[in-house]
Design a protein around this ligand. Structure first.
Ligand code: CU
Length: 298
């Protein structure tokens, strides 16, 4: 009797503790974010629809199972009903019903998959290359490209025996030196590849994650809502080596006009860098071929 009282007290304590959790925990972290694009909202909606279908199925099947185990237990003298064995009608029913459920789930998800793959109508293409352990963003056709690495403050604080408090670093391990900049309200195609090992480009607020594989070009597209400019953060999502955890992704979404001004500024910088630092010279090689070298401008 004392034992069952202890058990009751323990269980009650656990329930009370669990009930007080919402005050402390951020429950939104348990789920994927709704995101900031039409595509991310659709993916979220699909995810919730499937989740609730699974919840209903789970309640129904576990409910039936628990009910049967309690109601027809041996100690109550229950005897197996053999008419349920090899019951053709029942077997057809429990084959057909799941087929309908699965087809019902497949139709809306195929619709989303087609949308995810459809990069037509994109106004800007950015080639994203993963390296051990940073990213390169190349705005195709504009001459603008740059590397994006872990920011200096995080990098210093992460060193062993740095003596620095990571808690004091703004967006510790989630900040970069040069963020990717995109215009809002614009469909942007991303071409993903890698230069060494597999990486994966993932920004949860865009609802999308895709592998960056050496020798392959993967496509995806993003489009940030016109009314949601801001800074969105992500990470490499493919275990890519020692510093996998130190190659974050930061995307700054700016209104179109601001983005155009930023891009024009970057183009000027790129032009100055290419004319000021080096010029390309072609050199005849002894076997009749040609090699390209960079030489310092005079
Ligand atoms: Cu990586």
């Amino acid at each position: 009797m004392a034992n069952s009282k202890k058990l009751l007290a323990g269980t009650t304590g656990a329930i009370v503790a669990a009930a007080s959790l919402p005050a402390r925990a951020d429950w939104s972290l348990l789920n994927m974010p709704v995101g900031v694009s039409e595509l991310s909202r659709e993916i979220y909606g699909m995810h919730m629809l499937i989740l609730w279908i699974c919840v209903v199925i789970a309640i129904f099947t576990f409910g039936a199972m628990i009910y049967a185990m309690v109601k027809f237990r041996k100690s109550k003298g229950a005897v197996a009903d053999m008419s349920m064995l090899h019951n053709t009608k029942l077997e057809i029913a429990w084959t057909i019903v799941p087929v309908f459920i699965l087809v019902g789930m497949a139709i809306p998800s195929v619709d989303k998959l087609i949308k995810i793959e459809d990069t037509t109508g994109s106004e800007l293409t950015i080639k994203v290359t993963g390296y051990q352990w940073f990213w390169e963003y190349e705005y195709l056709g504009t001459g603008v490209s740059f590397y994006s690495r872990l920011d200096e403050a995080s990098n210093e604080a992460r060193q062993l025996d740095s003596g620095l408090d990571p808690e004091a670093v703004d967006h510790y391990l989630r900040n970069v030196d040069n963020p990717m900049v995109v215009p809002t309200g614009t469909k942007i195609r991303l071409l993903l590849t890698a230069n060494d090992v597999n990486h994966a480009w993932w920004v949860p607020d865009f609802g999308m994650k895709r592998d960056a594989i050496p020798g392959f070009i993967n496509e995806m597209w993003i489009s940030v809502d016109a009314d949601k400019p801001g800074t969105y953060r992500g990470q490499c999502a493919e275990l890519c080596g020692r510093d996998h955890g130190f190659m974050p992704i930061v995307v700054v979404a700016k209104p179109r006009a601001e983005f155009d001004a930023w891009l024009a500024g970057e183009q000027v910088k790129a032009q100055q860098a290419s004319t000021g630092a080096a010029t390309t010279v072609r050199v005849e090689t002894t076997d009749g071929g040609e090699s390209v070298r960079l030489a310092k401008a005079e």
